[in-house]
Design a binder for this molecule. Sequence first.
Ligand code: DC
Length: 231
Amino acid sequence: ILHFLPARSVLVLKLISVAIDGPVGAGKSTIARTAAERLNYIYCDTGALYRAVGLYCHRNGVDMNDPSAIAGNINADIRLVDGVQRIFLNGEDVSDEIRLPEISMAASAVSAVPAVRSALLGLQREIAEKNSVIMDGRDIGTVVLPNADVKIFLTAKPEIRAKRRYGELIAKGKDVTFEEVLNDLNQRDYNDSHRAAAPLRQAADAVLADTSELDFGQSVDLVCGLIKERL
Ligand code: DC
């Protein structure tokens, strides 16, 4: 039957998955979101799921290293509301609260717990099975979507990433110093890349994209160019 279908009909069925991994503050989420809009894919920020779990622990005083206290109590979910990703924790929309700086470190701590990672794995894979997606995180190219059509490892020098993050926090009226932001970023990168479970690392077949010398528009162009080139 396929033989009689025009080639285009068959192509439409092929879903595309793009994995973007990298350290803190490399601009993954803003770049990936804009690239997804441009290419008409769904954007999925997997860090938001770990942040929701981190928020739960923070609110409930849970020992983040004790998986038994976390398991079974948390239902973290991603939903698209008017085309925008929102994160739900046990049914409550926590999309804004998970961005608080104190939740970043909590997210990094819970993300080292294997039970948390395996609980979130199915949801992430399901999204890619149903949609053409650009998914960003730490282990997308290595663990979540090892067969992704395109894998990009997005990075920039730590001082440059910290400078960008500092600018964003100051613009939001947060009372932080550059040193605090740089220390937090280095600490989180260290945690994320030295944990035993699915550590942050570049997949063997991922292309390295360094945005240290690029502005936002150039970074989006680079990512979209790499995706088109590889498809
Ligand atoms: O991308 P982010 O900064 O919002 O992620 C928060 C934390 O979640 C990050 O420090 C590590 C963890 N994380 C992870 O372990 N695996 C992912 N795929 C995404 C995030």
